[in-house]
Design a protein around this ligand. Sequence first.
Ligand code: GTP
Ligand code: MG
Length: 201
Amino acid sequence: MEIKTAEFVISNTDVKKCPGDGRPEYAFIGRSNVGKSSLINTLTNHKSLALTSSTPGKTQLINHFLINNEWYLVDLPGYGFAQRGKAGRESIRKIIDHYILYRDTLTCLFLLIDCRHEPRQIDLEFIEFLGENGIPFCIVFTKTDKISKSKLALNTTDYKNKLLETWEELPPVFFTSSLKKEGKEDILDYIDRINQGLNKA
Ligand code: GTP
Ligand code: MG
């Protein structure tokens, strides 16, 4: 799919204030610093449509970007940022959970996982939460430029095996590097296929 236009629309903390035009949307979630905002920039061919930082906790709001005047990409705050303190973590988590549970036009959530790390409890619990609430999601392994191909295969196989302990089947899985601009077409084609299905329905 070709991205012709990508425009920032609104930032807020309240799902009720998100755009009300009914266009389908695709949101990016995961631990702070995993690369959500960077991936949105990669997908849209922008350097800083979504704001990024090497320090975790950069994105603190729900950010809507209108793509091709047809659908939205949504950049969400990250979860589990230790330096934010318990109260800060809980308030961000509340924003995320409300958005995920009550946003009717959320069509698919992309859950980003740093490919360098072993499965972490906080991500596994988040996946459990998505399953319990029937939220459609994909897994995106990010920062693939940071490890060798063989290590990537090992880590992601471990991850999939861990998920298969509780899930009968795996969600779609993508591999991305925002540094090398890899994995972009796979994700955009996936979104395009869903959008085409919605248009026919
Ligand atoms: P929060 O908004 O804090 O939750 O973080 P985020 O998930 O939006 O991460 P962000 O996109 O801001 O990226 C965090 C850091 O990781 C930045 O320094 C990025 O340059 C870096 N980064 C993101 N994606 C990649 C990637 O694919 N490869 C490499 N090498 N670095 C990346
Ligand atoms: Mg961010």
